[in-house]
Design a protein around this ligand. Structure first.
Ligand code: GDP
Length: 451
C-alpha cells in the first residue's frame, strides 16, 4: 500500500508569499526531476533553485528541498517544492506532479506514513495536529511536549511497570514449588497502586488539557450599552466589535478566540432584552441559545446606574451556570448596590472599566483559576490530547482496579494477569500499539490535508 508516491499542498488555502507542494515516496525525486529545470543533483537536505516547466513553458520559479529516506518526516524520500503561494501556481504544480504519477494524499497521510514507518508513535502524530491547531502559547507548548515524546515516554514506563507485575505472576505459575505467592501478590498490589496514582493524575490533567486545547465557550451578556463590545475589545486588544452609544447595535453574534493564557471562545451577543426590532430579535434569540451552550457567562452590569430588575432577571436566568458578574464603568461615579448581586451569596463579582482597561487582568486571572484551579501548572506537565487518549487512560485505570478487587477477593493469580494485560493493552492504544488498522485510518482522516 505504501508503494505509491503521494503529493499534497502543505501550506494553507490562503494566498501567501510561498506555497509548498510536498511529495513523499520512492518516486518523489524521479517525478520532480521530470518537471524541474536547473541543477538536478539534488543533494539531500539542501535547497535547489530552479523552475518548474511543462512543455517547455515555465510554470513557476521555485526552490526545491530534498530529504532522502530515512532522514525525513515520513522516513521516505520527501521533496518539497516551494512555489509562489497563489492558488493557480500551487494547483498547476500539484497537477503536474499528479500527471507524472503521484497520487493526491489523503488528509493526514504524510503524518500517517511517519507513524506507520515508525518515526513517531500515535501520541506524537496526534501532537502534530494539536500543534497546527494550537490557538495559544500554552496549548502549543503542551502539544510540543507531546511531540517531543513526553506522553509516549510516560506511557512506555507505565506499561513496563505493568509488564513487571505480569512477569512475577507468570513466574509463580510456572514454578509453584517456590511458593512465592504471597510476595508476588504484594508486588502486584504495589505496582497497581503506583500506576493507578499516576494514571489518575493524567486523567485529572486531561480536563485541563481540554480547556487549554479547545478553549472555553464564553458568552458576554448584559443589557444594551453596559459595555459588552467594549469589554470584548479590551480582551481582544483590538477594535473588533463595533462600539457605539446607540442601544442595541451589536446585532450579530461575533465570535473570536482571545488568548488569556487559555483560549476564550468569546461570543459577543446582542443583549438580553425584549425587543420588537426584527433583526435585533434574531440577535436576542441567538443570545439565549449561546448562553445555553456557553461554559462561562460574563454578565455585565453598568456600575454608574442603579441595578434594574432586568439585570436581576438576567442574573436569575443564569442560575447554575459558571459565571462572573462584571460591574463595568468603574471610572464613573458608582450607583450600583453590590449586595444585590449576591443572589446566592457566592457569586464572583468584579469591578472593571472596559474603557481604560482597569481590572481586565484580574478578570483573566479569575477565569483561569475557575477552569484550571489555583495550582500553577508547569510548562512540562504531561497533558493528554483528546477524548481518545483519555478513554484509554480510563480503561487502563478500570482494569487495574479490577486487579485490586480480585486480590481482595482472594482469587487465583492467573486471573490477575488477564486484567493486567487489559490495562497494558489500553495504554498501548495511546501510543498506537494494539489498535485496529481501521481505527488508525479513521484517526488520520480527521487530520488536515497536506499534513
Ligand atoms: P454594549 O451595547 O453593551 O456592547 O456597550 P458598548 O461597548 O457599545 O458601550 C456603550 C457605551 O458605553 C460606549 O459609549 C462606551 O464607550 C461606553 N463604555 C463602555 N465601557 C465603559 C467604561 O468602562 N467606562 C465608561 N465611562 N464608558 C464605557
Amino acid at each position: 500500500m505504501r508503494e505509491d508516491t503521494i503529493v499534497g499542498v502543505s501550506t494553507g488555502a490562503v494566498q501567501s508569499g510561498v506555497g509548498i507542494v510536498r511529495l513523499s515516496g520512492k518516486d518523489s525525486l524521479g517525478i520532480v526531476r521530470q518537471i524541474f529545470k536547473g541543477n538536478k543533483t539534488f543533494e539531500t537536505h539542501t535547497l535547489t533553485y530552479g523552475k518548474i516547466v511543462h512543455d517547455e513553458k515555465i510554470i513557476d520559479e521555485v526552490m526545491v528541498g530534498v530529504m532522502l529516506a530515512p532522514k525525513s518526516f515520513t522516513k521516505e524520500d520527501v521533496v518539497e517544492i516551494n512555489c509562489h503561494g497563489g492558488a493557480a501556481c500551487i494547483r498547476a504544480v500539484l497537477e503536474l506532479c499528479q500527471s507524472k504519477g503521484a497520487r493526491l494524499a489523503e488528509a493526514g497521510e504524510f503524518t500517517k506514513r511517519a507513524f506507520l514507518n515508525g518515526r513517531i508513535d500515535l501520541s506524537q502524530a496526534e501532537a502534530v495536529m494539536d500543534i497546527i491547531e494550537a490557538k495559544t502559547d500554552l496549548s502549543r507548548q503542551a502539544a510540543m511536549n507531546r511531540l517531543q515524546g513526553n506522553l509516549k515516554t510516560k506511557i512506555i514506563a507505565l506499561r513496563e511497570e505493568i509488564l513487571g507485575a505480569i512477569a512475577h505472576i507468570e513466574a509463580s505459575i510456572d514454578y509453584p514449588e517456590h511458593d512465592m505467592e504471597h510476595m508476588n501478590i504484594l508486588k502486584v498490589e504495589t505496582v497497581c497502586n503506583s500506576v493507578i496514582n499516576q494514571l489518575e493524575k493524567l486523567i485529572r490533567n486531561s480536563e485541563k488539557g481540554k480547556v487549554i486545547r479547545e478553549g472555553i465557550e464564553t458568552a458576554i451578556v448584559g443589557k444594551p450599552n453596559v459595555g459588552k463590545s467594549s469589554l470584548m475589545n479590551a480582551l481582544l486588544n483590538e477594535e473588533r466589535a463595533i462600539v457605539t452609544d446607540i442601544a442595541g447595535t451589536t446585532r450579530d453574534v461575533l465570535y473570536d478566540y482571545v488568548d488569556i493564557g487559555i483560549p476564550l471562545k468569546i461570543i459577543d451577543t446582542a443583549g438580553l432584552r425584549e425587543t420588537s426590532d426584527v433583526i435585533e430579535k434574531i440577535g436576542v434569540e441567538k443570545t439565549i441559545k449561546e448562553i445555553e451552550n456557553a461554559e462561562l457567562v460574563l454578565l455585565l452590569i453598568d456600575g454608574s446606574k442603579e441595578i434594574s430588575t432586568e439585570d436581576l432577571q438576567i442574573l436569575d436566568s443564569l442560575n447554575e451556570k459558571k459565571k462572573i458578574i462584571i460591574v463595568n464603568k468603574s471610572d464613573l461615579e458608582q450607583k450600583v448596590d453590590l449586595s444585590k448581586l449576591q443572589t446566592s451569596g457566592e457569586n464572583t463579582v468584579l469591578q472593571i472599566s472596559a474603557l481604560n482597561l482597569d481590572g481586565i487582568n484580574e478578570l483573566c486571572e479569575t477565569i483561569k483559576d475557575m477552569f484550571l484551579g489555583k495550582e500553577v501548572m508547569s510548562r512540562d506537565e504531561i497533558l493528554v490530547s483528546g477524548i481518545r487518549q483519555k478513554n484509554s487512560l480510563l480503561a487502563a485505570n478500570a482494569s487495574l482496579k479490577e486487579v485490586l478487587m480480585t486480590i481482595e477477593m482472594g482469587m487465583t493469580e492467573d486471573l490477575l494477569s488477564i486484567d493486567l494485560l487489559a490495562a497494558y493493552k489500553s495504554l498501548g492504544e495511546i501510543i498506537g500499539e494494539s489498535l485496529d488498522e481501521d481505527l488508525i485510518d479513521k484517526i488520520f482522516l480527521s487530520f488536515c490535508l497536506g499534513k
